[in-house]
Design a protein around this ligand. Structure first.
Ligand code: LLP
Length: 424
């Protein structure tokens, strides 16, 4: 097996590393998320090696895939982590991640989340507003601590991506305007509860062009120079995540090309570099297996009604995202290819995984939705009281049940019926 191709065909059947997807579906049921350990590791290494000449830290964006076994795999490979909640902090710690390698992003950190992260000894808080700066200072001082901070600035560049996942424009809720940063750094340096260590930005996700990254970096570097002249002791620059992946016909730059474009300018600063890739590490290390329940033809459309739905994989419904759908054991040549809309059992017209896909299908066929390792399971819900899928991590010829399928008991846990009505 080549690690570049964790999901490949053997004798006409789709394999995950050395395990047949048909076998996985039979053993664990469907819908089923399947991840490849080798693919996770090689994607992590691609970033790590691309930045090897510089002092750097790759902090996997946990929001992309927060399964404990996935985090553990990356922690063992040496990854740091970018978290956005106390929940993600708990997961990274449970998975054996090094607290010093954690950066805490997000616009709305609560006091308890800050306190937990301080107790854990995380590497950096990326602060996004004056009010947040103030709360972190007070929270740290109450503990007799000093919190390592970077300010996340908003470089106001257009990442040319889907508007829901563009974060670096002036009208976005994220970050601090570059013009406001020098005063805020001066303020942060006055605060005994804060220790300034870096400068951060993140401009958006699924970026396929390197120009916006370079534009953002230019603005960041200009600001960094200004801050250093002002006496701000910067130790690192956090350039965020956002590198896109190939779902269909996109041609995303490789981590090596991304690094090659940014490295000369980064090297000149002498600062350490932090990265926060999520999708580029996990997306193509995973797929979602789903079985065809029924085929149904109307005058306008052929539908394949499958057992996975928008609650299991939300990206198509939410962003109109295109992810490749393949038959695990295609019977091309035997059956006619038709254009199918691949839809789930949820009662919404927006419940689809793909539209107008040329496939030769029969009921009970197994399909795989590719590119589902990032923003897949993590965005799943229980809408329509549907238990969330199981997750399996494949490692060579071994399969590890990384998360059991939810049960209806799991779904009703914590709910209570009303007490019996009194009869007097
Ligand atoms: N750092 C910060 C501060 C972020 O907000 C994000 C993603 C990342 C890093 C990781 O970005 P990545 O390398 O994965 O592009 N649910 C959407 C994606 C939302 C991304 C939000 N922030 C989707 O399914 O396309």
């Amino acid at each position: 097996m080549t690690t570049d191709d964790p999901f490949h065909w053997r004798a006409g059947v789709l394999y995950a590393e050395d395990v047949s997807c048909e076998q996985l579906a039979q053993r664990f049921g469907t819908p089923l998320y399947v991840y490849s350990r080798a693919a996770l590791e090689s994607a992590y290494r691609a970033f790590d090696e691309a930045f090897a000449e510089l002092p750097h830290r790759v902090c996997f964006a946990v929001k992309a895939n927060s399964n404990l076994a996935v985090l553990q795999t990356l922690a063992r490979a040496g990854s740091g982590f970018d978290i956005v909640s106390g929940g993600e902090l708990a997961r990274v710690l449970a998975a054996g991640g090094d607290p010093a390698g954690i950066v805490f992003s997000g616009v709305g950190k609560a006091r308890e989340e800050m306190a937990a992260a301080l107790d854990a000894g995380i590497g950096c808080f990326n602060i996004e507003s004056v009010a947040e700066l103030d709360l972190l200072d007070r929270t740290a001082r109450d503990k007799g601590m000093s919190a390592p901070v970077a300010l996340r600035v908003n470089p106001d560049v257009d990442p040319k991506t889907h508007p829901y996942i563009a974060t670096g424009l002036a009208q976005s809720k994220f970050g601090i305007a570059i013009a406001d940063a020098p005063a805020l750094y001066a303020e942060a340096m006055q605060r005994p509860g804060l220790q300034v260590v870096g400068l951060a930005c993140h401009i958006g996700s699924q970026l396929l062009d390197l120009d916006p990254f370079e534009d953002a970096l230019d603005r960041l570097l200009e600001l960094a120079g200004q801050l250093q002249a002002q006496g701000v002791p910067l130790a690192h620059l956090d350039i965020g995540g956002g590198l896109g992946v190939r779902y269909g016909d996109e041609l995303p730059p490789s981590p090596a090309a991304y690094a090659a474009r940014l490295k000369p300018k980064l090297a000149a600063t002498g600062l350490a570099v932090h990265l926060e890739p999520g999708r580029a590490i996990a997306a193509n290390a995973g797929l979602l297996l789903t079985r065809v329940h029924y085929l149904k033809a109307s005058s306008a459309r052929n539908f394949a009604i499958v057992d996975a739905a928008m609650n299991d994989l939300l990206r198509p419904a939410l962003y109109d995202a295109w992810q490749e759908i393949v038959a695990v054991h295609p019977h091309n040549g035997e059956d006619e290819q038709l254009l199918y809309d691949i839809v789930g059992p949820v009662c919404e017209s927006g419940d689809f995984l793909g539209k107008q896909r040329p496939l030769a299908l029969r009921a009970d066929d197994l399909l795989a939705v590719r590119g589902a390792g990032a923003y897949g399971f993590v965005m799943a819900s229980n809408y329509n009281t549907r238990p969330r899928p199981a997750e399996v991590l494949v490692d060579g010829g071994n399969e590890h049940l990384a998360r059991a399928r939810e049960t209806l008991e799991d779904l009703m846990r914590g709910e209570q019926l009303l007490p019996e009505a009194g009869n007097g």
